[in-house]
Ligand binder design. Structure first.
Ligand code: SF4
Length: 219
């Protein structure tokens, strides 16, 4: 499995990498949802790391969907004995301000928002590194997530632990179905929800065009 810790060099967005060996490190795992947590948690714990979750996803709309994903994760975390940090508020505005007028590039700003927050919490909480379950999904922009995470690692002065969790895609799906976990049908934001369900809108004009490649594949 590909792996590396990206350690900040000068706080200016540059970094260097070293291979993770056998040492146990305290890792903050940014979590996007329950199903995407299953495989990364198993792998990281299997390596002997101490894991704490962070649920920070103002990109999930509407609020009831946000609650459902959070409740699903909370239930799973309870079963797994995983502590999860979460915001008491639902900062919807933070997401919308990030992407307004640049919706075509919204995923970049969405990742930036969430990963910056995770890096800040990891730094304040004196974690050894942070990573994200976003690296599990085949539908996400994996290379972009890594690029942004490495950038914020430099900015905040906290190592980013990279893993290609996509290797466990099938296993994660299998387990989530076996335990009856809620599996959301769209990425999260109102734009992705429209692209998932609004394909027939304005059909005479060709319908609503997906902005993200991932949403073309969801059926
Ligand atoms: S499609 Fe997903 S990753 Fe992209 S902006 Fe929406 S919620 Fe964020």
């Amino acid at each position: 499995m590909a792996s590396s810790l990206t350690l900040p060099l000068d706080g200016g967005g540059l970094g260097w990498r070293c291979e993770v060996r056998e040492s146990t490190v305290k890792i903050l795992l940014h979590i996007c949802c329950g199903p995407c947590t299953i495989y990364p948690l198993r792998i990281l714990r299997g390596e002997g790391h101490e894991i704490c979750g962070l649920f920070y996803n103002p990109n999930i709309h509407p609020y009831l969907e946000y609650r459902r994903r959070l409740d699903t994760l909370t239930s799973y975390a309870g079963q797994e004995g995983l502590t999860v940090i979460r915001d008491e508020i639902y900062p919807l505005e933070a997401f919308l301000r990030q992407v307004a007028f640049r919706e075509e590039e919204r995923c970049r700003y969405c990742y930036q928002l969430r990963l910056s927050y995770a890096a800040g919490i990891a730094k304040k909480g004196r974690f050894d590194a942070f990573t994200t379950t976003l690296l599990y999904s085949r539908y996400q922009k994996h290379d972009l997530i890594r690029e942004i995470a490495e950038g914020v690692a430099g900015t905040y002065g906290i190592p980013f632990l990279y893993r290609d969790f996509r290797e466990g895609w099938s296993e994660g799906i299998r387990v989530s179905k076996e335990i009856g976990m809620y599996r959301q049908p769209y990425c999260g934001c109102i734009y992705s929800e429209r692209e998932r369900y609004g394909r027939n809108l304005g059909k005479e004009d060709g319908g609503v065009k997906p902005l993200c490649p991932r949403d073309r594949n969801r059926d």
